[in-house]
Design a protein around this ligand. Structure first.
Ligand code: SF4
Ligand code: F3S
Ligand code: FES
Length: 248
């Protein structure tokens, strides 16, 4: 069964743009990305959209559908009523390159600012021995497909461009938490999470967790435990004394 749906799609580049109206055919089983592709094929050949796998695994097709961050390839048209007008806009937190394609280099910059896994001296790959519980803990975080919808939705940077230099966003605070929980990582993640990557800006609104297409419990399993680890360290008298003695 096919029907005609009403779409409003954001078109523009260079900081200028507007919503453009389309009426487009929808067939059973289709997702929003199918409709965008149909628009490209029939009415708007220059409509820009980023996508790759069409299977919810590459994280490329992040967009905002009726104001909510979603993967275009995983959002079924059956989610919406047939007479509903569907509005598709680019992610708001990142600059638009053209139409639905945003410049997500902010995220790659933040990724580069986090030192990679740092094992202790003298332990070589193959010699690590980990408890299964530690393996499982970080396994959840590694499901991340880097769609950057969590960073897009977090109010700390969504409405405050000025916070971007100081805040890594939930995706990368989660990465720091993952490394801090790794029993073989010896880098000081806790101070840098607070001082350099803006952990303190997060006031646990959980919007990041709500939009994650991999259903990673970013706030409960990464951000809150990381905050607790930072606080434990700050108020642990032994750690405090150690910091005083060795940092003078
Ligand atoms: Fe996307 Fe979830 Fe990874 Fe954030 S944590 S980038 S929402 S997959
Ligand atoms: Fe932002 Fe997620 Fe914290 S949305 S405020 S990083 S809980
Ligand atoms: Fe790969 Fe949507 S196209 S996640």
């Amino acid at each position: 069964m096919s029907y005609k749906a009403k779409f409003k799609v954001w078109r523009g580049e260079g900081g200028e743009g507007r919503l453009e109206d389309f009426t487009v055919e929808v067939n059973e089983g289709e997702v929003v990305l199918d409709i965008i592709h149909r628009l490209q094929a029939t009415q708007a050949p220059d409509l820009a959209v980023r996508w790759n796998c069409k299977a919810g695994k590459c994280g490329s097709c992040s967009m905002e559908i009726n104001g909510k961050p979603r993967l275009g390839c995983m959002t079924r048209m059956s989610t919406f009523a047939e007479d509903e007008t569907i509005t598709v806009t680019p992610m708001r937190t990142f600059p638009v390159i053209k139409d639905l394609v945003t410049d997500v280099s902010f995220n790659y910059q933040k990724a580069r600012e986090i030192p990679s896994f740092t094992p202790p001296d003298g332990v070589r790959p193959g010699e690590y021995r980990m408890q299964q519980v530690d393996v499982e803990r970080s396994q959840e975080f590694r499901k991340c497909i880097e769609c950057f919808m969590c960073n897009n939705v977090c109010h700390v940077i969504r409405d405050h461009e000025e916070n971007k230099p100081a805040f890594a966003g939930p995706r990368f605070l989660m990465r720091i938490a993952e490394l801090d929980m790794h029993p073989y990582d010896v880098a000081d993640r806790q101070d840098s999470a607070q001082q350099e990557h803006g952990l303190g800006y997060c006031n646990i609104t959980k919007c990041c967790t709500e939009v994650c297409p991999e259903h990673i419990k970013i706030t409960d399993n990464a951000l809150i435990p990381m905050k607790e680890r930072v606080v434990d360290r700050k108020y642990d008298p032994l750690v405090w004394l150690g910091d005083k003695i060795f940092r003078r």
